[in-house]
Design a protein around this ligand. Structure first.
Ligand SMILES: [Zn+2]
Length: 122
């Protein structure tokens, strides 16, 4: 148990020690973003504007969360397709990582079952 806690502490220290913001570290390769595309609707407040009586202004935005806080990044019309593709890349990579992680657990599990079958010590 002590070894286990120590391992966690070492991992945490190393992660903090890297010190470089994730956004500056990975600037290469195709665009990848996390979050979802939403439509912001607002009335601008100008008395002469059509939005006083008509539909509110609509702005596409990327909604995403960082450390539990929801953030918004407004998108231009030309960015929407690019961002959809980048979201797709994120989902694909995440799915792949999830599958690898589960396969890793299965590897550990089958290794244990093999060693338990081989020697009856545990
Ligand atoms: Zn308006």
């Amino acid at each position: 148990m002590i070894e286990y806690l120590l391992a966690i502490a070492l991992t945490d220290t190393r992660r903090k020690g890297e010190g470089v913001p994730a956004t500056k570290k990975v600037a290469h390769g195709p665009l990848v973003v996390r979050g979802s595309i939403v439509t912001l609707r607002r009335r601008c407040g100008k008395q002469s504007c059509r939005c006083v009586e008509g539909d509110p202004h609509e702005t596409p935005a990327l909604s995403y969360s960082v450390e539990g806080k929801t953030k918004m990044l407004t998108l231009s019309a030309v960015e929407i397709e690019e961002v959809k593709e980048a979201l797709g890349r994120y989902e694909a990579a995440r799915g792949e990582l999830e599958a690898r992680a589960l396969a890793g657990i299965e590897t550990l599990r089958s290794r244990r079952q093999r060693s338990e079958a081989g020697s009856r010590r545990r």
